[in-house]
Design a protein around this ligand. Structure first.
Ligand code: CMP
Length: 139
């Protein structure tokens, strides 16, 4: 089924000029980038976005990292986009990520792991709505 997922190209990747290379991996996997913008995430936006991790020991560090530089927020569309993008990103920890995945290719470590992708269709809808209005998404 054609569906949408939410993606973030994180500050470690924008800093190293990897936006184009990451987008190539995304598009080569058959996912269409139907919305995209480069933003500076505010402290409030990052805290809300990662609220589910609020009790984790790395929460403060994560919020600080996500606001440390520009990010590229995206909406990706395609067959089974949520699962497909998670496959394309690879494991959260790049040391465990499969060959050819974005995190294996580019991530620095488990925190600075270059990309985020939604983990379910429900979360994809919520995450997309946090950063995009309907008319910004052109499918
Ligand atoms: P992401 O997919 O954006 O969702 C939660 C993020 O928390 C995750 O990617 C990592 O960037 C970060 N994260 C997960 N585990 C750790 C950890 N052990 N230390 C630091 N950051 C982590």
């Amino acid at each position: 089924m054609t569906e949408r997922t939410f993606s973030i190209i994180k500050p470690d990747a924008t800093k190293r000029n990897l936006t184009g290379k990451i987008n190539t991996v995304i598009e080569d996997a058959g996912l269409r980038i139907v919305a995209q913008k480069r933003i500076r995430m505010s402290d409030a936006q990052a805290k809300t976005f990662y609220e589910v991790h609020a009790e984790r020991p790395f929460y403060g560090e994560l919020v600080e990292f996500m606001t440390s530089g520009p990010v590229v927020v995206q909406v990706l569309e395609g067959e089974g986009a949520v699962a497909k993008y998670r496959e394309v990103m690879g494991a959260t920890n790049p040391a465990q990520a499969a060959d050819g995945t974005i995190r294996k290719l580019y991530a620095n470590n488990v925190g600075e792991n270059s990309v985020h992708g939604s983990d379910s269709q429900d979360n994809a809808r919520l995450e997309i709505a946090q950063f995009f209005t309907d008319d910004e998404i052109v499918g």
